[in-house]
Every structure is written in C-alpha cells, then in structure tokens.
Write a new protein. Structure first.
Lengths: 316, 527
C-alpha cells in the first residue's frame, strides 16, 4: 500500500448551493403515472380493444363506405337476418354479418360509420368543454370579482335541467353535426368550470399557496406550478366521465328524436330506428347498442384507472 | 335564516323568469310559426283566403299577434245602432260587400274609417284580394278579407304569460248579473260527508273538498295555467292535460244536488265536486237536478292521470332504490375489496358507463322473455303488472348511483378519528358502521332526496317511451317533434321550478340533518 500523502487531498470550498440539495431517487411524474397505469393488466387489454375499435371505426368506413339507401329499391333486402342476408347476397361476407336493416342497409358497415361519428363528436365536445371549462374555472376560482358575476350566471343556468336545455336548443338551431356540437357545448362547459372553480378555491387558500404568495410568486407561476399540477388527477377523472357521457347523450337524444339529422350515420339513430321492433329484428338493434356500450365502458374504465394512476399517492 | 331564505327565493323567481323569457324568446322568434299547421285538418280543408284568415285566428289564439277582422268592426259599429237585426240593414250590407271589389273598396267610408282607426293604433292593415279564377269568378274560400294585424312583441308575450300563470278564484269571477248572492263559506259537503268550502260567484262551486281520490284533499282556489298546447292537444290547457284522469268512467250511486235529502238515486260517473258555473240558463231537466247555475261538470274516471302515472312509478322506484342502494353501499364499504364489493363495482361501472337506453332495453328483454312480464303498458291484462318493468327500469340505475356514492362517502369516513375512538371504546364493527359512519356518510346523499322525489313529477323519458306508459316524461320530446311551442314553454316552467324547489329543499334538509352545516355562513367561512 502506497503511503497517503497530502498530495492525494485537495481543498474544496464550502458550496452552500450544493448543500441545499437533497439526494432522492429521480422522480418523473408522468413516468410514474404510466408505470402504475400499466401495472394493471386489465388496462393493456382495454387499450388493445380500444385501438381495435378505433381502427375499425376509422378504417372500415374508408374502404367500405356505408350507403344506407344502397338497396332501397329492392324490398326483398329489408330486415334480413344474417343468414338470410348472406344467402340473398351470395355467400359469406363481412358486410352482412349482422344482417340488413329497414332499408336493406348493412348493419355491420352502419355501426362502424356511426361509431366514428360518435367518437369524433365525443372528442370534439370534450375538447371544447374541457378547455373552456378549465381555463374559465381557473380564472373564476382565482378572481373574486369574476366569481361574483359568474355565480349569478351559474345559479341561473344550473336551475335549468340539462336535457331540457339541449333538446330545446337542438329544436331551435337544427340537428346537423355542428349545430349538435354547439348545443352540447354552449352551456356544457359551465358545470366543468364550476367544478374547477371549487377545486381552485380550495387550493388557493392552502398553507403552501399562502406561503408561496407571501414569498412573492407571480400569479401565472402560482397557477401553473402550485395549482394546476394538483388538479391533474381531477381533470383526468372528469375526462373519464365526460367522454362517454357525450356518446350516451347522442344516443339518448337521437332516441327521443332530438338528435343528429338523418344524413349523419349515428349510433343513436340506428338504435332509434330499430327499437320499435327490437324483439322481431334483434340483429338490427343489439349491434349498435353493444358498440355504444363497449366504447363507453372502455373509455370509462380506462379513464378511471388513469385517474387513479395520476394521483401521486398511488406512486409509492 | 329568514332573510337568507327570502333572498334565495327572490333570486330563484328571478332566475326562473330569466330562463323562461330566454326560452320563449328563442322559441317564438327562431322557430317558423307556420309549423303548427303541419298536421292540422282544419287548415288542410280550407284554401286560399279562408286559410290565411284561419292562420291569423290561430296565431292570435296562440298569442303571436292581435288581429281585427273588418266584419267584426262593422258588427261593433252597427249593432249598437240597430240592435241584433243589424245584418239585414242595407247600409251594413253595402259596407260589408264593399271589400269584395279590389278596385273600389278604398272608396267606402267604413273601410276608410276602419283603416284610419287601426293605423292610428299601430296596426298594419292587411287586405287579402279576392282570389279569382281566370273567368273572374271568386274561387271557393277566395273571398276578400280586410284585417288589421298587430304583431305582439316577444317581451309582451313573456309578460302576458307570467300574468296569467297563477290565477286565484274570487267571488267576482262570474260576470253574470243574474247571480243573486256571492259568498265563500264552509258548508257540510253531502258528497264526502265532511265539510267543504263552497263558493258562489266563483268559477268552481267546491273550492276545498275531500274525496276518495289521491291526494284526498283538493282545492280550486289557486289555478296554475302553464299555457295552451298548440299541436299535440290542440288548444287544451296543459295543466289540465297532465291532470286529467284516463281510463273508463267510474259509475257509482249518487244524487244530483237538488235530489239530496230525497231517496232518489242515480247511477252516474258525474263528479259533483267539479261543478262550474254555466252562463246558459238551466233547461227544464236541469231545473230539477241543480238548485243553482253551477251545472257544468266532469266525470269520474277509474285510471290515473299522466302526472299520477309518472309519479306513482317514480316514487315506488325511488323508495326501492334507497332501500336497496344505501345498505348495499354500506356493505360494499364494510367488505372493501371483497366479492360483494367487486360485483357491486362491476354493476356501478355498467350503470355509469353504458347508455341508459341500452340497459333499459336489456331489462325489458329479460323481463318479458324470462319473467313473462307485460311489455307495452296498454297490452297488460292486469294494470298492476304493467308497472313492474317500468319501476324496475327506474329503480335499478338509481340503485347503482346510490351504491356508488354511499360506498365512496363511507370509505372516506372510515379513517376518521371518531371511528378510531369508537373502536377504542370497544364498540362492535356492526355498530360503528350502522350508527356512526353511515350517519355521517349519508349527509351528502340527503341533499338529493327532494330532487329525487320531485323529479318523479317530471316523469322518465326513456322508460315511459319503451313501455309506452302514459306519463308526463314524453311531453317535452313529443312537443319538440310536433313543434308544440306551448308545451315546450310549459315544460320549461314546470321542470325549472321543480329543479329550483328541490335544490332549496335539499339544502334545508341537509342543514336539518347535520347541525354543523349552516346555510347562512358568516363571512370568512370559519366556524
């Protein structure tokens, strides 16, 4: 062993900045979220299913466009069960796997074209409502003057049943795709904004926020660093219930006759058309119901699980 | 507290007015008004100018405009001068026929008078030229008309609507000068055997009375007029439509008012509690039946009204839901992660995520095929069985919702200090769960009870449609499909008021249930 001399050592100044650092394992929020999320095998299965649904509803209508009145002149094609339809159209084909509808339309193609409408509708409505809701909710919760004005507006509109509001709006402005989006979003953001306002209000007056404010943190940084990160799991939870709710809403509104117009293929409309004779022609009724239910359940469960995973308390 | 409630009620009334005004504004200004004639047989039968006048009559009936026909103007002009024989007068006839010639009608003095009089009042004079065929002959229904039209502004309509929303009966209601005495007094009611408040000079004879029909005590003092239906129930008042009993007439042994005290009985379905004033003099037979001019009446029916139908089904479903949902939620929380919890969670996800339409049809299929329950309401042999499936379809989703929240609130409470303390004191788990935690967990759920009960009055849209149940749930949707603006406005008022009332009642109930909650929190929020 060599002798240890003074040459082996060197002086280092005291580094106050370094001394402040706490050694902790590297923590990345989103990496942890997905680690926890994928720990559940159910989620992987559901994602696979969802991707399959997405592919089907966006690819199938491109190659096999849904033409509702393709065989409308041939009354023999009406209300054929899968077996009869395949016999009539000559042998096995995916097109007639669920038989034919009231105008000889292919149910199988119909459900995918409709599922696409429903998914697009849900994503657009959720995006609009969530964006406006979160932004306005954050301001609403933060500014006391704005709060007073908004509370009056909220108290007036919240008294009106949502169904009433939407049906009356659809009645007034018509039932095209975009007017339907308008009806669903014109007041839809208000509930979300109110929910966020309450959340922001709770966090705004917490001790750590108060301390931060005392230290002179500017408001934009307060919102982006102190408040919004805290609301991630709440946002995801909300998204998990919002997305499927628009699909259900479309189905419901079309069923009562206040939904999308006839030229837009939609699940609600298919269900509405088939419901009167659903015991006689079950193959026309259950496929759209099943697709609507599958989409909503997958979105709901995935959303709930993602919300659970985005709560940092589950990251341990 | 009183001041707080007063303020709150005032604000609620204000917001109701804002909402109704907004809906009326939208509906009356944006919806094409002629859609109401789409399925009108009278309109289809008429043609040319007759049709146009019919349209004006209907628009004025539904409050879109005021209009005066030239012939009505002539009637007002000549009747005071000549009496009821005025139609035979030559000057009247000349004035009346003057408008039939489109080239010379303006030269007539009466026409000029009509025109000046109404133009001054802000009316627009509308002359419908005679509709002639090529030969010059007037087509059928093509006679000329001269009208003065005044479009009502939407704001005036809103004001009119609220003015007529609530009416109170007084002894001055009957304008008949022949009526000798006017009073409101308590009398012995021969039909119920109890006492009743009876009026003379009021529209109804019986103002407050008891009978065997739910809700047993009935009043005629205050009437709610939600408006008139346009297309669905042409011209009928909506309040009456939803309250009118259905089914077969219920005949029973009864007596006419004049027969009381004698031993003459009749077998009839007439409900003598519904007597109203009749301006036409009594006929000879009526003289023997009624002691006064209150002779108009309606009949007793065996079935329930639309409102009752919805309410009965809804309230039973709500009771079942609370009786099942709360204990199940408690049990799920108690055996968290257990088998019951897992099954329950699956059910909750199913109810929350799947469109309600899908599971109601599922219930309908299972109920009709497996349990042989009647499907469509009208086809049921025994009416009582027809209620089974609607009630189940209403109750099961509610059970899911209540389970979800009860479980959530129970779990939130389970780690509280008072629970640990109760455990340390040696209370049994059963006692802790049933007496301590559940009572605290129920507080947020109490808030929804009034909403659930009052919500039964609005009916259930899908359930009533699927089972073809005659209830109020589809009033709004049917109105929208039939362009019935009257019902749409009525529904807005009805639903919005119910929703406002249930939120206020919910707050009050919650404050009653949990003494820690104070509605009139002092500023600063701290206790």
């Amino acid at each position: 062993m060599a002798d240890i001399t003074n040459k082996d050592f060197q002086f280092i100044d005291i580094n106050t900045i370094q001394a402040e650092k706490i050694t902790a394992p590297r923590y990345s929020y989103w990496a942890s979220v997905f680690r926890v999320f994928f720990r559940k095998k159910v989620n992987i299965v559901l994602i696979a299913l969802f991707v399959l649904l997405l592919v089907c509803s966006f690819i199938i209508p491109i190659f096999c466009p849904y033409v509702p009145y393709e065989y409308v002149t041939d009354a023999k094609t009406y209300h054929l069960n899968p077996k009869a339809a395949m016999e009539y159209f000559g042998g096995f084909s995916m097109k007639w796997i669920f038989g034919s509808g009231a105008q000889g339309n292919s149910i199988f193609y119909g459900i995918w074209a409709s599922a696409r409408t429903s998914l697009v509708l849900a994503v657009i409505c959720a995006a609009i409502n969530m964006t406006i809701g979160i932004l306005l909710g954050a301001v609403w919760g933060y500014s006391k003057r704005f709060d007073q004005v908004m509370l009056v507006i909220y108290n007036i509109i919240a008294n009106v049943p949502y169904i009433l509001l939407i049906t009356v709006l659809v009645y007034i402005i018509g039932s095209g795709f975009w007017s339907f989006v308008f009806a669903l979003t014109v007041t839809g953001w208000l509930g979300i904004a109110y929910f966020f306002r309450t959340q922001v209000l709770i966090i705004r007056d917490r001790e750590y926020s108060l301390a931060s404010r005392c230290l002179g943190t500017p408001i934009p940084r307060m919102v982006s660093k102190n408040i919004l990160p805290f609301l991630t799991s709440v946002t995801v939870t909300l998204l998990a219930t919002e997305l499927p709710s628009y699909i259900s809403m479309e189905v419901f509104l079309s069923y009562i006759g206040a939904g999308l117009s006839a030229d837009v293929a939609s699940l609600g409309r298919m269900i509405q058309e088939a419901q009167s004779a659903f015991l006689i022609y079950p193959w026309e009724f259950w496929p759209p119901v099943a697709i609507a239910a599958t989409i909503t359940i997958i979105l709901y469960v995935l959303g709930q699980n993602l919300a659970d995973a985005s709560d940092p308390r589950t990251h341990m | 507290m009183k001041r707080y409630m007063g303020k709150r009620i005032l604000f609620s009334i204000f917001s109701l007015i804002v909402v109704v005004a907004a809906v009326m504004l939208l509906v009356y200004s944006l919806i094409n008004r002629n859609v109401i004639f789409q399925q009108d047989d009278m309109w289809n039968k008429k043609s040319s100018n007759d049709r146009a006048v019919y349209e004006y009559t209907m628009y004025s009936k539904y409050g879109y405009l005021d209009f005066v026909d030239y012939s009505a103007f002539l009637k007002n002009k000549y009747e005071p001068l000549l009496g009821s024989e005025y139609t035979k007068d030559a000057a009247y006839k000349a004035d009346k026929d003057a408008i039939q010639d489109e080239t010379t009608f303006l030269e007539n003095a009466s026409v000029q008078e009509f025109k000046d009089f109404y133009e001054k009042k802000g009316y627009v004079i509308n002359y419908l030229t005679p509709d002639r065929s090529k030969s010059g002959k007037v087509k059928s229904g093509g006679n000329a008309y001269l009208l003065a039209v005044h479009e009502k502004s939407v704001f005036l309509r809103v004001w009119d609507y609220f003015r007529h929303l609530i009416s109170i009966e007084t002894t001055r209601d009957v304008t008949d000068p022949a009526l000798a005495e006017r009073y409101i007094r308590v009398e012995r009611d021969p039909y119920s055997g109890f006492y009743a408040v009876v009026g003379s000079g009021t529209t109804h004879k019986y103002l407050l009375y008891v009978d065997g029909r739910f809700p047993f005590l009935h009043q005629n003092f205050i009437h709610l007029n939600l408006g008139t239906s346009y297309t669905k129930y042409r011209g009928q008042e909506i309040t009456q439509v939803i309250n009118r009993p259905t089914g077969d007439q219920l005949k029973m042994l009864t007596q006419y008012p004049a027969q009381i005290g004698t031993d003459e009985y009749i077998e009839s379905a007439i409900d003598f509690h519904t007597l109203t004033y009749n301006y036409n003099p009594r006929t000879k037979t009526e003289m023997g039946q009624f002691p006064d001019q209150y002779t108009a009446h309606s009949y007793r029916f065996g079935g329930l009204s639309m409102l009752e139908n919805s309410f009965v089904a809804g309230i039973i479903a709500t009771i079942i839901a609370y009786l099942l949902g709360l204990p199940l939620g408690i049990a799920m929380a108690r055996h968290k992660e257990g088998l019951l919890d897992k099954i329950g969670n699956g059910y909750i996800i199913f109810i929350m995520a799947v469109p309600s339409l899908a599971y109601i049809f599922l219930f309908a299929t299972v109920g009709t095929t497996l349990f042989k329950l009647p499907y469509k309401f009208a086809n049921a042999e025994a009416k009582i069985f027809a209620y089974f499936l609607p009630i189940i379809s209403l109750a099961l989703p509610q059970v899911g919702g209540l389970m979800k929240w009860m479980r959530r609130y129970m779990i939130d409470q389970m780690n509280s200090d008072y629970v640990k303390f109760a455990r340390a004191e040696g209370l049994s788990e059963r006692e802790i769960f049933s007496k301590h935690i559940s009572r605290n967990a129920m507080i947020p759920l109490v808030h929804g009870i009034p909403a659930n009960i009052l919500g039964c009055l609005t009916g259930a849209i899908i359930t009533e449609r699927v089972y073809a149940m005659p209830g109020v749930g589809n009033l709004l949707t049917a109105a929208i499909n039939g362009h019935d603006n009257g019902i749409i406005v009525a529904c807005t008022v009805f639903y919005t008021s119910l929703s406002i009332i249930s939120i206020i009642l919910g707050d009050l109930l919650m404050a009653k249930f949990d003494p820690r909650i104070s509605l009139t929190a002092s500023k600063g929020g701290g206790r």
